[in-house]
Design a binder for this molecule. Structure first.
Ligand SMILES: Cc1cc2nc3c(=O)[nH]c(=O)nc-3n(C[C@H](O)[C@H](O)[C@H](O)COP(=O)(O)OP(=O)(O)OC[C@H]3O[C@@H](n4cnc5c(N)ncnc54)[C@H](O)[C@@H]3O)c2cc1C
Length: 398
């Protein structure tokens, strides 16, 4: 059972596709994002500028967009997809348009996802695709269903249309053998998302996990949900795909719970979230016959934990049911070193018009500010690589 030694300290490998200019640029950006005041200012001013029609697109596209997104279209993103593929890293093209509420926009998003599936069919450079249910369904409808409110006649039609879009994506993905991750979102719409994801899994996952759901392990109820889902899959004979993440909406969740006076769905400490993530990894690996797992994390300890568990359970490093994934623009030291040692690894590669991916970019900036330790590490690694290159230039000149 092959499991080569792996180290995340190999900066030459981690940054091998970045030239000196790109490296200096990443260093500058991550230094800026370390400052919570600047990040808050960026979030507020960008939203304001867009609302007021101030042309900020070029500035955003040349900076934070370039770090975290593939391009404004599939065509523009292909360059990044090819670059990643040359290093044995798959791309999960993610049409990251958020906050839309019109039928026309939902249909556009659905058509875009169908285009990705078409491109991904039989293409190892794009092994998966993904969708946000709020990209094809009105948030208000998911919210009402979640809280068991009565839908209006208009809502009923909207929901029927949304299910139609989801069914079309599921059918096409299944016909093309291209698995689709359904992202996890705010807890107050997540039950609706979970039940639609389960419905789709039962329908399309008879032979393999075409439809894959996401569990946010910052929620204290997710281990229980995971166990129930696995039991359901066994009882009803379908495969399940599980993308494990810690979760991106923590602050929003805690603020809402406090404001509306209910128990926050979020774990009380970071340590509890970390433990839950690793426990969920163990459960998925113990059920690897029915589960396909994707560990969506930048956390080195969790990544190492998964590697260690695979070794213990004699699961080969390239087992088709185990994927590692990081967001594009983050933790290249994990992604490139995993790829180099033969693990299945992908990058979530968001794309879309600059204006529409702003909420995603703000989440990334906030996440990078908030992570204690991790961003320091990103910076440290970039600085180390800069120094390593400087030393090798000096040595070469001697
Ligand atoms: C491939 C991929 C797909 C993703 N898909 C989704 C998705 O569908 N839905 C989604 O919500 N997010 C998604 N994310 C984003 C993800 O949730 C964040 O990137 C992630 O939370 C960052 O954590 P980490 O695992 O990298 O580890 P770390 O950096 O170690 O952990 C940071 C995270 O820990 C949690 N945390 C921090 N402090 C506390 C605290 N005091 N108490 C409890 N918990 C705490 C928070 O979730 C925080 O984001 C995805 C990420 C990746 C890489």
């Amino acid at each position: 059972m092959e499991h080569p030694e792996i180290s995340f300290e190999n900066t030459a490998n981690a940054f091998k596709t970045k030239d000196n200019k790109e490296l200096r640029y990443s260093l500058w950006l991550f230094k800026l994002m370390k400052n919570p005041f600047l990040v808050k200012l960026f979030s507020r001013l960008t939203i304001l500028a867009i609302q007021m029609g101030i042309p900020v697109k070029s500035a955003i596209k040349a900076t934070i967009f370039k770090q975290f997104c593939g391009g404004e279209s599939i065509e523009e993103s292909k360059k990044v997809v090819n670059k990643l593929n040359n290093s044995h890293i798959g791309s999960i093209l993610d049409y990251s348009v958020e906050g839309k509420e019109r039928e026309e926009d939902f249909n556009n998003t659905k058509n875009e996802i169908l285009k990705i599936i078409k491109l991904a069919k039989g293409n190892p450079a794009i092994p998966y695709t993904s969708l946000k249910l709020t990209g094809i369904t009105p948030f208000t409808v998911l919210d009402k269903i979640n809280s068991k409110q009565k839908l209006t006649a208009a809502n009923e039609i909207e929901f029927k249309n949304s299910k139609g879009r989801l069914a079309e994506i599921g059918y096409y993905a299944s016909e093309s053998d291209v698995p689709v991750y359904i992202d996890a979102e705010e807890s107050w719409i997540q039950d609706s998302i979970d039940s639609l994801a389960e419905e789709m899994m039962k329908l399309y996952n008879k032979k393999m996990a075409i439809i894959q759901t996401t569990l946010q392990m910052y929620r204290w109820d997710r281990i229980d949900y995971l166990n129930k889902l696995i039991q359901k899959a066994r009882n009803e004979n379908f495969f399940i795909g599980i993308k494990l993440v810690r979760g991106a909406y923590m602050e929003k969740e805690n603020i809402r719970a406090q404001k509306l006076n209910y128990q926050s769905p979020i774990q009380t400490t970071k340590e509890n979230t970390d433990c839950a993530f690793d426990k969920a990894v163990d459960i998925c690996l113990q059920n690897i016959d029915v589960v396909t797992l994707c560990a969506g994390t930048h956390n080195e300890e969790s990544t190492m934990h998964l590697i260690q568990k695979m070794k213990e359970l004699n699961i080969p490093n390239d087992h088709p049911h185990v994927y590692f994934s990081q967001l594009f623009g983050m933790s290249d030291h994990i992604t490139y070193n995993l790829a180099d040692t033969g693990y299945n690894v992908t990058k979530y590669l968001p794309y879309g018009p600059v204006k529409s991916v702003i909420p995603y970019l703000i989440r990334r900036a906030e996440e990078n500010t908030a992570i204690s330790g991790q961003l320091g590490r990103e910076l440290r690694l970039i600085i180390e690589e800069k120094n390593r290159r400087r030393c090798s230039r000096i040595l070469a000149a001697d």
